[in-house]
Ligand binder design. Structure first.
Ligand code: NOJ
Length: 549
């Protein structure tokens, strides 16, 4: 049964239409461009793509401010182009997950425009209003520093409206039955057009019941389960992939005690300790974070990631831990954002190929579904001259043609990276395809390997004792097959002694190089790891591969 659940081991590729490939030469990426790159994604081996919002939008928050849920922004093509893309993706067996942004609409959405017109407007209660200025009008901002309030006076409406995010993103009132009905329609519409599921934006905020004054701590999980029931009724194997940066103990409610909630949830908790481990070589907090996020209903799954389109959020670390990550990966003020995060891409942040490989190997070995951010497979850089989170949203670098082969236009949506070590003339897909030692070819091999290791997403796992070494050792087991995967976070080589209950002379077969490790007379494997080294093994005789306690 678990083997039936495609998302448990899916390799997901996240991209933004806007910056992927511009086919019509207007400087903005589009569906036709994405279609032309489906073979690239297929060759990379991804199972699913997650598309950032592409619906009509004033585009004041990278498309997360939707003006019409039932269409395609003309900058990206037409609904016909979307359907053509879905057909092409389907032919290659690539599933498509799209963003579902229903915590809020754009303030230009006709619903909000109608709502503000009059108190008795049909749409008034689709949003959240307060006649008086709420006492907490400037509390609870998600983007401190750039967002000034959470309640703003709308002069036309003569009332304050609530917005968890920017003031141009009024929150929908999800308690309203008509709003729920409309969200079902939106989901039904895109499911009918073939999507495999939704990346649900801002889940905790959808579930809150905002009202003026001190926040009500109770979240409406029943609504999440209702959404899930509807989704499954319409399409049995469709999934919800939730964006919810919550504490491990709270994640249970999101997944649902009986698995009746979201299928996949981004593991923001592990993500932060993962970067802490990369910055300090202290693996203990990472191991603890993995344990803390273990308790899952069998059909639920974590989506692990390194970087995404936002800042690297380090808000869950202690001040001291966060400072260590800042010191190593974001030392300059311009690299930091909202006092809690880093607005850099993976490769420049980690600064070396060995550390980048370590991070990706680790990501692919974590119990869950790995999510790759477009461009990270070639080690793209960022542009810190761009404001806020835009630093990590520069166009995909396809070749050394002008505009990195992204567009034929002289003016493009965000400038391409053209200077420094990450500049497109030398860092691009075309060059890396020809280079057997490139990050792209290494990554493609890693994806292939990951697809042969279904124990990772489906099986039981445990963290093996490495005697205080800066090495994370994990064992996975499913139906008589086992894997042992080791990561050395140290910049020095390390030798790990693993006591596995395989017995004397038993073998661990290295899955990356032609090598085997044999246990000594005491049944102990002594395994050498390079500086920042990683090794993936399958047990030669795996039926009883358990650590000796
Ligand atoms: C989370 C998205 O990841 C972010 O980019 C966006 O700004 C907010 N939600 C608001 O929709």
């Amino acid at each position: 049964m678990i083997e039936d659940l495609w998302y448990k081991n899916a390799i997901i590729y996240s991209l933004d239409l806007e910056t992927f490939l511009d086919a019509d030469g207007d400087g903005i990426g589009d569906f036709e461009g994405l279609c032309r790159r489906l073979d690239y994604l297929h060759a990379l081996g991804v199972d699913a793509v997650w598309l950032a919002p592409f619906q009509p939008t004033p585009n004041r928050d990278n498309g997360y401010d939707i003006r019409d849920y039932y269409g395609v922004d003309p900058r990206h093509g037409s609904s016909g182009d979307f359907v053509a893309f879905m057909h092409q993706a389907d032919k290659r067996g690539i599933k498509v997950i799209i963003d579902l942004v229903v915590n809020h609409t754009s303030d230009e959405h006709p619903w909000f425009q109608e709502a503000r017109k009059a108190k008795d407007s049909r749409y008034r209660d689709w949003y959240v209003w307060s006649e008086k200025k709420p006492s907490d009008w400037n509390e609870g901002m998600v983007f401190p520093g750039v967002q000034k309030s959470t309640w703003t006076l709308d002069k036309k409406a003569g009332a304050y409206y609530f917005h968890r995010f920017f003031e141009f993103q009024p929150d929908l009132n999800v308690d309203h039955p008509e709003v729920r009905e409309e969200i079902r329609k939106v989901m039904g519409y895109w499911l009918q057009l073939g999507v495999a599921g939704f990346r649900v934006d801002a889940v905790p905020f959808i579930l809150e019941s905002p009202s003026p004054g001190p926040a009500e701590p109770k979240l409406r999980f029943d609504y999440l389960y209702e959404m899930r029931r509807f989704l499954q009724w319409r399409k049995g194997d469709a999934v919800l992939l939730g964006e919810a940066n919550v504490l491990p103990e709270d994640s249970r409610n999101y997944f649902g005690p009986q698995g009746e909630g979201i299928h996949l949830m981004f593991n923001f908790f592990v993500n932060q300790y993962l970067f802490y481990a990369l910055a300090t070589a202290d693996v203990k907090p990472l191991a603890e974070a993995l344990e803390a996020t273990r308790a899952l209903y069998p059909t639920a799954q974590w989506a692990h990631f390194l970087r995404n389109h936002d800042e690297l959020d380090l808000g869950r670390l202690t001040d001291e831990q966060r400072q260590k990550v800042f010191d190593r990966f974001g030392p300059e003020e311009t690299m930091q954002l909202y006092h809690r995060g880093i607005r850099r891409r993976l490769s420049p942040m980690l600064g070396s190929r060995p550390l980048t490989e370590l991070a990706y190997s680790l990501l692919f070995s974590l119990p869950g579904a790995p999510v790759i951010r477009y461009g990270d497979e070639i080690g793209m850089g960022d542009d810190l001259r761009l404001p806020e989170r835009e630093a990590v949203r520069t166009p995909m670098q396809w070749s050394n043609d002008p505009q990195a082969g992204f567009s034929a236009s002289e003016k493009v949506v965000h400038p391409v990276v053209e200077e420094g070590p990450y500049a497109y003339p030398h860092l691009n897909v075309a060059a890396q395809r020809r280079d057997p030692g490139s990050l792209l070819n290494w990554m493609t091999a890693l994806v292939r390997l990951r697809k042969e290791c279904l124990e990772i997403g489906n099986g039981d796992w445990q963290i093996l004792d490495t005697n205080g070494l800066p090495v994370l050792a994990m064992l996975y087991h499913r139906q008589g097959r086992s894997l042992v995967i080791l990561h050395n976070f140290d910049e020095k080589p390390q030798e790990v002694a693993l006591s596995l209950k395989q017995g004397r002379g038993s073998r661990l077969v290295d899955l990356m190089v032609d090598r085997e490790e044999t246990a000594d007379a005491q049944g102990v494997h002594r395994i050498l790891l390079d500086a920042c080294g990683y090794r993936w093994f399958r047990a030669g005789d795996s039926s009883h591969l358990l650590p000796a306690s």
